[in-house]
Design a protein around this ligand. Structure first.
Ligand SMILES: Cc1ncc(COP(=O)(O)O)c(C=O)c1O
Length: 447
């Protein structure tokens, strides 16, 4: 019997069964799928044609809005000109051009870019560069990596090891050895209903001193944090916290990595969150907004000191044994260049900064609605904690997402019983109002 499946294409049922949908309850989804057929600007359009206002920029990525003409045109032109060039030992001009543009946007001494295809790859790349950096400088004992509780750094083994979300870790074995975690920075009693960075919590960075005392600095390679923790439910950093982390890392020769997969490209009103906070890490990971979500692309921006440390040895020998077939893919580079043009020409980072108070006011308007326990805002981001149903954590927010998409034409994201909002940076004031009016309606009808 042949193992080959020979059914002709026409006989294959399109019954939703074959696709294992990621980070999704598949059985519930397939009973009541949420399918999107097209998008433009601030809107998605369902398969029945109905418009859905996008409160989440896809998944924190479509910062320039959807299907923007210059980005679409750049991708189409690139596909016609050069589909692919080998990523190792060869390259193509737009890869260098995009790296230069990103280096110019990045803070301070961060001026070399290593390209990847997803945030998870960017995180694993940054962790590997940190380990290799110490190695090439003769400090090979620096192998420990420090993450943070409630951190999200994607789904690679490196990322889930330094990450701090239990469901993403608990089924996947022992993970990387030699990882420790800082405490998370959220305390509802001290911080509830804060706009921007909370006053309380800078001292939590000092826990790094405890970790250093426990393991000794000579064994620690790097600390990785999201400047604002997004996927765990929107936790802006307490005032002064990132500065303290930076000071402790510098004191002990530990590299500081900011995972800016969602905070880069205007989300917090600046090109990078590092700029908003005036704190310069040694590496920044980015993804998502670099192409406004149009083509997968990600990367790590590293300081000159890190890059230079590798540029030793015979010149024909590879300096870093790492890379991906699709690092700096031509379509992604074309999309990235066109996206950076849109951000610059339309002043979208500045626009996000200007809209921040409008956004915060609109979000805080939900205070007092049924089941709302806390609201946090920063940049064009909001996190809204709902009370969990007894014995059904996550169900209330899930129902909110279903209702918003199905009945009101609003896209929201949920994590546990927290709703996270992060609209495209092109949102108008009236569209911000529409997003929160619709969400208020949803919250009033939930049981
Ligand atoms: C901070 C952070 N790091 C890494 C990732 C992983 O990115 P990807 O899903 O592209 O692998 C995400 C995704 O949301 C993220 O928010």
């Amino acid at each position: 019997m042949s193992l080959a499946r020979t059914r002709d294409v026409a006989s294959v049922p399109n019954d939703l069964e074959s696709f294992w949908v990621p980070f999704t309850p598949n059985r519930a989804f397939k009973k009541s799928p949420r399918l999107i057929a097209r998008a433009k600007g601030m809107h998605y359009y369902r398969t029945d044609g109905r418009a859905v206002i996008d409160g989440t920029a896809g998944m924190w990525c479509c910062n320039a809005g959807h299907n923007r003409d210059p980005i679409v045109a750049a991708i189409a032109a690139q596909a016609a000109e050069l589909d692919y060039a080998p990523a190792f030992q060869f390259s193509h001009p737009k890869a260098f051009e995009l790296a230069s543009r990103l280096a110019a946007l990045a803070p301070g001494a961060l001026d070399h870019v290593f390209f990847c295809n997803s945030g998870s790859e960017a995180v694993d790349t940054a962790l590997k560069i940190a380990l290799a950096f110490h190695n090439v400088r003769g400090q090979a004992a620096r192998t420990r990596l420090i993450g943070r509780e409630r951190g999200y750094h994607g789904v690679g083994f490196g990322g889930i090891s330094v990450g701090g979300i239990v469901n993403n870790r608990k089924h996947f074995g022992a993970l990387l050895a030699g990882v420790d975690h800082l405490p998370h920075t959220y305390n509802r009693e001290k911080q509830a209903f804060t706009r921007g960075e909370p006053e309380w919590g800078a001292h939590l960075a000092d826990d790094l001193d405890r970790i250093v005392a426990l393991h000794d600095a000579s064994t620690i390679a790097a600390v990785i944090v999201e400047p604002m923790a997004g996927s765990t439910g929107v936790l802006p950093p307490p005032k002064g916290y990132l500065e303290r982390l930076r000071a402790i890392c510098s004191k002990h020769g530990i590299l500081l990595i900011f995972d800016e997969v969602i905070t880069a490209f205007g989300r917090l009103g600046c090109a990078f969150a590092a700029e908003r906070y005036g704190v310069e890490p040694d590496m920044i990971t980015f993804a998502k907004g670099v192409t406004s979500g149009a083509v997968p692309m990600a990367g790590v921006v590293v300081s000159k000191a890190i890059y230079d440390a590798f540029m030793n040895g015979p010149e024909h020998v590879i300096e870093l044994f790492h890379g991906y077939t699709y690092s700096a893919h031509p379509l992604a580079c074309a999309a990235g260049l066109a996206t950076l043009d849109v951000y610059r020409d339309e002043g979208l980072f500045e626009r996000a900064k200007k809209l921040e108070p409008v956004w915060a006011d609109a979000a805080m308007g939900l205070k007092g609605l049924p089941n709302v326990l806390d609201i946090r805002t920063v940049g064009l981001v909001a996190g809204i904690d709902l009370a969990s149903k007894p014995d059904a954590v996550g169900k209330r927010a899930y129902e909110a997402m279903e209702k918003a998409f199905g009945d009101l034409g609003l896209m929201i994201r949920v994590t546990g019983d927290t709703i996270a909002l992060s609209p495209p940076l092109i949102a108008s004031e009236s569209e911000i109002g529409e997003i929160f009016d619709k969400l208020a309606k949803v919250l009033r009808t939930l049981n």
